[in-house]
Design a protein around this ligand. Structure first.
Ligand code: NDP
Length: 448
């Protein structure tokens, strides 16, 4: 008789947990996965997927306007938020069902309950049942940080933003990172007045400075407002539901919605990890080694709960590596080098490898190639919005160590170009490729 109820018990059915559960089961393990909310996790239910659908929806504002310059007679168009919201939520529900089906088709037992760890090999379910497992995988993700100041409860987070009963006329967004810039673009295109408020004067910390500056310039040109070096003091809510937001260093702002986008913190509270000797760090993240193993030998963790790189494809890689290593007899470690990333702002930006600043700090000599151009479509549309591509090259080896871009379809273009950066190709290799004309991507091989 088996010593444990399961070979693997996964807590959290998000991107990392689902991949780990499915692949472990395919390797022959008896697997259960517990999820207290919805199968799919942040990315599918209240993150990347519904966000990208809103980005598509928002882009029609400009496309419909530009269409007139391309000869189309476009009548006055109105945007109806409930239609887009409900269609997006319907798609999310379809995906949740598809994820659940995939798990069940791989013989993974899906348990729709909260689970907490009660020992190195033991988990207790909210319904009262206790089960045992040879291995436990913590894949509980992260949640939006809620700042603490008087009236902060009047703000919402990215968890709630997909369910708004109506489109807010005036939007204030706290933070200047991924979520802040993506939703600033979305709400601005829907016609809301948008103000971004940040504690520093840096947007999208970590991205290349020239690219960040270009997004700031374009965003301001479009009419998005920014308040920098502003810390929230308090928020008051009037009877008519108007919020008055008080900050240090600038006048109060009135808004109909305050969205907090000031980072995400790992979901480890109340998980019972201490009962198994699983250590967490000062940010609340599960400490793991290169094989995703925690300080308890039978317990592993993948994805945002480990606070390494908070990106879905990384969590998926970690889940796959865990399953292959522990159940597939194929020891695998995730390579964290040259991870491409993108911000789906308006316009979007994307990058891979070292920024110019990082390269100058790390390498002896650096060459930078820039292409600053107006996309053909924008020229005819009369849209004064310039794209910017930057290649960062090691001056000694000619290796392209970084690629950064902002402009239409940048994330789509960068995904392919990231292969070249990951493969450590040289600038000379880029130059040897014949341009594909007329495209925006041809700029990548024409920079001299
Ligand atoms: P980010 O880490 O991107 O940005 C956080 C922002 O909040 C920064 O502007 C930061 O300011 C500010 N901030 C941080 N702490 C505080 C604080 N205590 N008080 C006030 N301001 C603060 O976080 P997001 O919430 O936008 O996104 C969370 C994560 O989700 C991202 O890091 C990313 O990994 C992931 N994500 C990825 C997306 C994608 O791939 N396209 C899309 C959305 C999210 P400063 O920089 O000045 O310190």
């Amino acid at each position: 008789m088996a010593k444990h109820d399961y070979d693997l018990f996964v807590i959290g059915a998000g991107s990392g947990g689902v991949r780990a559960a499915r692949v472990s089961a395919a390797h022959g393990a008896k697997v259960a996965i517990a999820e207290e909310h919805k199968v799919g996790g942040t990315c599918v239910i209240r993150g990347c997927v519904p966000k990208k659908l809103l980005v598509y929806g928002a882009h029609f504002a400009e496309d419909l306007q530009d269409a007139r310059r391309f000869g189309w007679e476009v009548p006055a168009c109105n945007f109806h938020w409930p239609t887009l919201r409900d269609n997006v939520l319907e798609e999310v529900a379809r995906l949740e069902a598809a994820y659940t089906d995939t798990l069940r088709n791989h013989d993974v037992e899906v348990i729709k309950e909260r689970a907490v760890v009660t020992g190195p090999n033991e988990v207790r379910l909210a319904g009262g049942r206790t089960v045992t497992a040879r291995h436990i995988l913590i894949a509980t993700g992260a949640r939006p940080v809620l700042p603490d100041f008087p009236g902060a409860q009047h703000g919402i987070t990215s968890n709630e933003v997909f369910h708004l009963p109506e489109l807010p006329r005036r939007v204030v967004i706290a933070g200047a990172g991924y979520i802040a810039n993506e939703f600033a673009g979305i709400f601005h295109q829907f016609g809301s007045d948008v103000t971004l408020v940040n504690r520093s004067d840096i947007i999208l910390r970590g991205y290349d400075e020239t690219i960040r500056d270009r997004l700031l310039t374009i965003s301001m040109m479009k009419g998005i407002q920014f308040r920098f070096h502003a810390a929230f003091r308090k928020v008051e809510k009037a009877r008519d539901r108007t919020l008055t937001i008080h900050m240090t260093g600038c006048d109060p702002i009135e808004a109909d919605m305050l969205l907090f986008a000031v980072g995400r913190s790992p979901n480890t509270e109340g998980l019972g990890l201490e009962s198994a000797g699983v250590q967490i760090d000062d940010k609340g993240a599960v400490k793991v080694d290169e094989d995703n193993k925690s300080t308890c030998g039978s317990i592993y963790a993948v994805g945002d709960v480990t606070n390494r790189v908070q990106l879905t494809p990384v969590a998926i890689r970690e889940g796959q590596a865990f399953a292959d290593t522990v159940f597939g007899d194929k020891p695998t470690r995730v390579d964290y080098g040259s991870i491409p990333s993108a911000v789906f702002s308006h316009p979007p930006l994307a990058g891979v490898g070292m920024t110019e600043g990082e390269a100058r700090n790390k390498l002896g000599s650096v060459k930078v190639y820039l292409s600053d151009f107006r996309a053909m479509k924008n020229v005819l549309a009369g849209r004064n919005e310039r794209a910017l591509y930057k290649l960062v090259v090691d001056g000694e080896t000619d290796e392209v160590v970084g690629l950064h871009m902002i402009g239409p379809d940048s994330p789509e273009i960068l995904q392919a170009a990231a292969i070249a950066v990951k493969a450590k190709l040289r600038k000379e290799d880029f130059d040897s490729v014949v341009a594909l004309h007329p495209t925006m991507a041809e700029e990548l091989v024409l920079m001299r």
